[in-house]
Write a protein that binds this ligand. Sequence first.
Ligand code: NAD
Ligand code: MG
Ligand code: MG
Ligand code: MG
Ligand code: MG
Length: 344
Amino acid sequence: MTDEFTVPVYYDDDANSDVIADKTVAVLGYGSQGHAHAQNLDDSGIDVIVGLRQSSDSWTQAENDGLRVATPDDAAAEADIVSMLVPDTVQPAVFEAISDGLEEGDTLQFAHGFNIHYNQIQPPEGVDVTMIAPKTPGHLLRRNYVEDTGTPALLAVYQNTTGEAKEEALAYAQAIGCTRAGVVETTFREEVETDLFGEQAVLCGGITSLIKKGYETLVDAGYSPEMAYFECLNEMKLIVDLMYEGGMAEMWNSVSDTAEYGGLAVGPEIVDESVRENMDEALEAVQNGEFAREWIAENQAGRPSYTQLYRADRNHDIEEVGARLRALFSWAEEEAPEEAEAPA
Ligand code: NAD
Ligand code: MG
Ligand code: MG
Ligand code: MG
Ligand code: MG
């Protein structure tokens, strides 16, 4: 552990691998996180059993990867630690199917706290409830393990009936390669609320909305869609890369003085105090559960609003212009991300 930070951060030296050496881990789901947790645990010498529906295409995939596979209820019944890595929206139903297999002293583990924090899953007493949430998509968690660079993660304990919940979570984090890079201690509440706020207000929601508004402003003023696309979307990556490497200061140092002055003077007039008020409202809806209730109801109703929003977004001009432009440039061809799955 280091005291350089305001929160506890744990490394390899803080983890005791003996704590899970003789335990069996059921990894439920074999998607982004699931395949990486399962393969990393297996390579770390932990007994792993992947839990999947019999109809799942991933069943043969996991077997071909050298892993044991069973139905979620059978896997959970056999395991000491059940890692819940199916999509958040199906976790409550999967929990119902596996809860009989949770014995006293077992652990129910998550990579995101939504269902615990918003009471969609009520874990039995006598079971430890923990979270190890890697801060990357699963394919990177796997790659970083293979390359021995490690992946940062969050750790939280919600229910500690054995008195060993945190030690066990740290050992799990080590086995998937996270203590190599640093594991930050948090709570289920803090993880959920900051995650939802961040993705809504800044990352996924805020940035796409900012880009679209900029694009629309230029196109409506008569500039070409191609120019608007480059200025408002394409260049975003260059700016973000600089901030990622060296903070905002490095970005400001790398752009022209004109860009720096214009950015510093005009930026806060664009994203102004009214945006701050909108952000406070979004945060409040996350904190008081309003957003969670809306999203749960949306799923129960078959996702009508989601489908509408999804379609409108994909039909925006900027996507059509972007697809045409990206096709022209060979530099964008390397490692094109896989096509995202459309909602049913
Ligand atoms: P995913 O959508 O990539 O994979 C889901 C897996 O669950 C698939 O193998 C699917 O076949 C299986 N599945 C779906 N329905 C099922 C059912 N009813 N029964 C059994 N299996 C079923 O999911 P993911 O993105 O890996 O997310 C898993 C958890 O990890 C979530 O809690 C998520 O919030 C969290 N998380 C994800 C990321 C990420 O980058 N994807 C990062 C950190 C945390
Ligand atoms: Mg069990
Ligand atoms: Mg346990
Ligand atoms: Mg999230
Ligand atoms: Mg420029």
